[in-house]
Write a protein that binds this ligand. Structure first.
Ligand code: GDP
Length: 445
C-alpha cells in the first residue's frame, strides 16, 4: 500500500473530484498541497451536492482525517463558509480537519488587487477567478505574506502594514481606492484566528507521525499540470505547483515517502481562462464537447474552451509527474461520434514537434497534427469491464495509452461512482493492495 498523488494531466477540470472521492476510503487520510479556493469540486454525496474548494473531499467520508497543507493559500472566510455548509449537513469536522500553521493567509486585499488587475488588463487577462490567489502567493514569495499561525501574532499590524503599503501602491495606480489603516483588517484577522485555532496544526509533523505509524495518504492536487507555475503555459498559469513535486513542497512529506502518481485525464481537452490552447475548437465541434460534457466552470460558471485529446500535452504531463497509471474520464461524452481526431504532434514552421514547447510564442503558433480514429457510437455508461467496451472504444483507449506512455487503470464513463471501470491488474492494483476491494465496494453495482 502506497502513498499516492492524484494529479490533473491537462489544464484542470479533468474530473478529479469523482476519482478522489472513489479512492478516499482506501486511504487513511487525504491531503491537499497547493492552491486556494479557486479550485472547485462539486461532490455528490448521498442526494446532496457539496461545493468544496478548500477542504479535501475526504471530509465527506465518515471519520476520515483531512489535511490542508502548507503549500495552500487559505481565505479564512471561504473556509468558514465550507465548514458551515458541512455542519449544516451534519458532517463533523472537529478533530479531523487539520490546517497547516504554515499555509498562507489569503486576505480580502489580495482579491481586491486580483480583480483590479484583471479589469485593467483588458485583452491580456490571465483569466483568474479574481479571488486573490495570485497576489497571496506573490506576497508569500516576496516574504510579506502571513502564515495562518501569524494571524494572532503580536506583530500582526506591523506585518499587515508592510503588505498593505505594497498592495495599495498598485491598487491606486490601477485607479482603486486607498486601503486605510491596517487596524480594521488586523481585528478581522484576530477574529479569524480565534475560529481557525482548533483546526490549526503543524501538519508536517502530523503527517510524519502518520507515516511512521504505517498510515497511508492520498495527496489531492488541484488545477492541472499545464497550469503549473513552472511547467505550465506561463504566464497563463496558476501561482502554485499542481505537479507531483508540489505534493512534497506543499506538505513537508519527502518524495521518498510517496510511492505513486495517478494522473487524471479527460478523453478530450478543455481549458478555462486565457493562454495558448493548440487545437482549440472554435466551431460546432467545440460547442458539441462543451454541451455534451457540460463544460462550464464550477467556481465561475464560465464556458470552457474545448478541443480534441492532445497527446503532446498529456505525454509531457506524464513525464513531469512520473505518472504510471491514468484515470481516463468522460469517455461517454464521445459516445455518439462517428470519428474522433486525436492530436499526436504539433507542426511549427514546417517542423513536426512531438514535445510540448516551453515558449509561449511557439505554442501560440503551432498547428495540431491529428490522427482520426473511428468512433463507437454506442452508450458506454455503466459498463464495468474493459473487455465489454465497444471495440472502437478499446482501440481509442489503447491509442491514447501508446501516445502518452501510461496505462489507463480507471475509466470513468459517467459522473456516478457506478460508472467506473477498474483495471484488474497494473500499478493501481499494486499501490492499493487489498484496499482495492474498498474501491470496488464504493463503486458498487
Ligand atoms: P475536477 O475539478 O477535476 O473534479 O473537474 P470538474 O469540476 O470539471 O468535474 C467534472 C464534472 O464532470 C463533474 O460535474 C462530474 O460529476 C462530471 N464527471 C466526472 N466524470 C465524468 C464522466 O466520466 N462522464 C461524465 N459525463 N461526467 C463526469
Amino acid at each position: 500500500m502506497t502513498n499516492l498523488i492524484v494529479v490533473g494531466m491537462q489544464w484542470g477540470d479533468e474530473g478529479k473530484g469523482k476519482i478522489v472521492d472513489l479512492l478516499c476510503p482506501a486511504f487513511d487520510a487525504v491531503v491537499r498541497y497547493q492552491g486556494g479556493h479557486n479550485a472547485g469540486h462539486t461532490v455528490k454525496f448521498g442526494d446532496r451536492h457539496f461545493a468544496l474548494r478548500l477542504i479535501p473531499s475526504g471530509i465527506l467520508h465518515a471519520g476520515q482525517p483531512c489535511v490542508m497543507g502548507n503549500g495552500m493559500v487559505v481565505a479564512p472566510d471561504a473556509l468558514f463558509e465550507e465548514l458551515d455548509q458541512l455542519q449544516a449537513a451534519g458532517v463533523e469536522t472537529a478533530g479531523r480537519l487539520f490546517v497547516s500553521n504554515r499555509a498562507q493567509a489569503l486576505l480580502p486585499i489580495h482579491a481586491d488587487l486580483d480583480q483590479a488587475r484583471e479589469k485593467a488588463a483588458g485583452g491580456g487577462k490571465v483569466g483568474t477567478t479574481g479571488r486573490g490567489i495570485g497576489p497571496a502567493y506573490e506576497m508569500k514569495t516576496a516574504r510579506y505574506g502571513l502564515r495562518l499561525s501569524e494571524l494572532a501574532s503580536p506583530r500582526l499590524e506591523e506585518r499587515l502594514r508592510a503588505q498593505m503599503v505594497r498592495i495599495e501602491a498598485e491598487l491606486t495606480a490601477l485607479g482603486g481606492e486607498p486601503l486605510g489603516a491596517p487596524s480594521r483588517l488586523a481585528d478581522q484577522c484576530r477574529a479569524w484566528h480565534e475560529r481557525l485555532a482548533p483546526y490549526l496544526a503543524d501538519t508536517e509533523h502530523l503527517l510524519h507521525g502518520w507515516i511512521d505509524a504505517g498510515k497511508t495518504l492520498l495527496f489531492e492536487g488541484a488545477q492541472g499540470s499545464l497550469l503549473d507555475v513552472d511547467h505550465g503555459t506561463y504566464p497563463f498559469v496558476t501561482s502554485s505547483s499542481p505537479t507531483a513535486g508540489g505534493a512534497s513542497t506543499g506538505t513537508g512529506v519527502a518524495p521518498s515517502a510517496i510511492g505513486g502518481v495517478l494522473g487524471i485525464v479527460k478523453a478530450y481537452t478543455t481549458r478555462v481562462g486565457g493562454g495558448p490552447f493548440p487545437g482549440e475548437l472554435a466551431g460546432e465541434a467545440g460547442e458539441f464537447l462543451r454541451r455534451r460534457g457540460n463544460e462550464f466552470g464550477t467556481v465561475t460558471g464560465r464556458p470552457r474552451r474545448c478541443g480534441w485529446f492532445d497527446a503532446v500535452a498529456v505525454r509531457y504531463a506524464v513525464r513531469l509527474n512520473g505518472t504510471r497509471a491514468l484515470a481516463l474520464t468522460k469517455l461517454d461524452v464521445l459516445d455518439t461520434l462517428a470519428e474522433i481526431p486525436v492530436c499526436v504532434a504539433y507542426r511549427h514552421r514546417g517542423e513536426v514537434l512531438s514535445n510540448f514547447p516551453s515558449c509561449l510564442d511557439t505554442l501560440e503558433a503551432v498547428e495540431p497534427v491529428y490522427e482520426v480514429l473511428e468512433g463507437w457510437r454506442e452508450d458506454t455508461s455503466g459498463i464495468l469491464d474493459f473487455a465489454r467496451l465497444p471495440k472502437a472504444a478499446r482501440a481509442y483507449i489503447a491509442f491514447l495509452e501508446e501516445q502518452v506512455g501510461s496505462r489507463v487503470a480507471l475509466l470513468s464513463t459517467g459522473p456516478r461512482r457506478e460508472e467506473t471501470i477498474v483495471a484488474p491488474e497494473g500499478p493501481l492494483v499494486d499501490w492499493l493492495g487489498s484496499r482495492l476491494e474498498t474501491v470496488l465496494a464504493q463503486r458498487g453495482a
